[in-house]
Design a protein around this ligand. Structure first.
Ligand code: NAP
Length: 237
């Protein structure tokens, strides 16, 4: 609850600082499933950039969700998760990793939609380090439950604070993206670039586990969390 309100305030400052609303070259309708840190950060930033934002919440009329909708502005709404997904072309699963499969089962027919998976499967081991709790990847599990949807793994390798304001990273931040449909990945990359991040298509969905693994480098890094910047290697060109 506190972090959600913190996100609103940070976004409000950003909006004032920006002073104007951007109009997206290709306006998308994006459903953010969930109303926590990641949904609030991406929802507010996408809305600022001219995209239609629909939050999918288990409690869309609760005060804190209404507060998020008001902070997002730009005609954003909150409805039940399946309604949100039905209205959108791009659906972002901003829910706890362990809830994601159940949430996808409840979203109805996702055929033809882009399903963005930012989740990070993790448990905390007895030595205090974050650990991988599954053998495959959450993105592939999600894809198996959503036939006909284009699942794209993205936005799992950076914090929601950086999604809200990339300047807090003190340098460029790359969003690596995997998925099996180039056009879907390009649309997600465009959203990332609009909000001030770099984005790079790094391959097929079967490599989602590699992206999910980056979370452990980020979370377990000595001295505190790290961000990733992947400049292109031109030395062999
Ligand atoms: N926090 C980060 O910086 C960060 C960065 C990158 C990726 N991620 C990943 O992004 C996902 C979302 O992270 P977050 O920090 O936004 O999480 P969060 O603040 O806990 O929010 C998760 C949201 O999911 C919804 N939800 C749906 N089913 C749920 C269930 N069974 N239990 C709890 N919540 C449920 C809730 O919205 P309603 O109550 O409105 O339904 C809730 O607000 C996670 O998988 C995380 O690994 C997080």
């Amino acid at each position: 609850m506190c972090t959600r309100i913190g996100s609103y305030l940070a976004a409000a400052v950003l909006a004032v600082g920006a002073g104007s609303i951007s109009i997206a070259a290709n306006a998308e309708t994006v459903a953010l499933i969930g109303t926590g840190n990641v949904a609030a950060a991406l929802g507010q930033r996408f809305a600022e950039h001219g995209h239609s934002v629909v939050y999918g919440s288990r409690s869309p009329t609760e005060a804190d969700v209404r507060e998020l909708v008001a902070a997002t502005g730009h005609d954003a709404v909150a409805v039940a998760p399946a309604d949100a997904a039905a209205r959108a072309d791009i659906v972002v699963l901003a829910v706890p990793w362990s809830a994601a499969e159940g949430v996808v089962r409840g979203l109805g027919d996702l055929r033809g939609k882009i399903l963005v998976d930012p989740t990070n499967p993790r448990v905390t081991a007895s030595d205090g380090f974050a650990d991988y709790p599954i053998e495959d990847s959450n993105a592939e599990r999600i894809a198996r439950l959503a036939p006909g949807a284009q699942v794209v793994k993205a936005f799992n390798t950076l914090g929601f604070e950086t999604m809200l304001d990339p300047k807090v990273a003190n340098g460029p931040v790359t969003v690596p993206i995997v998925g099996d449909d180039r056009a879907a990945k390009a649309r997600v990359a465009a959203l990332a670039r609009e909000i001030g991040l770099e984005a790079i298509d790094v391959g097929p969905l079967r490599h989602a586990r590699i992206l999910e693994g980056l979370h452990f480098l980020r979370a377990n890094a000595e001295g505190g969390r790290i961000n990733f910047h992947f400049p292109r290697d031109t030395s062999r060109e």
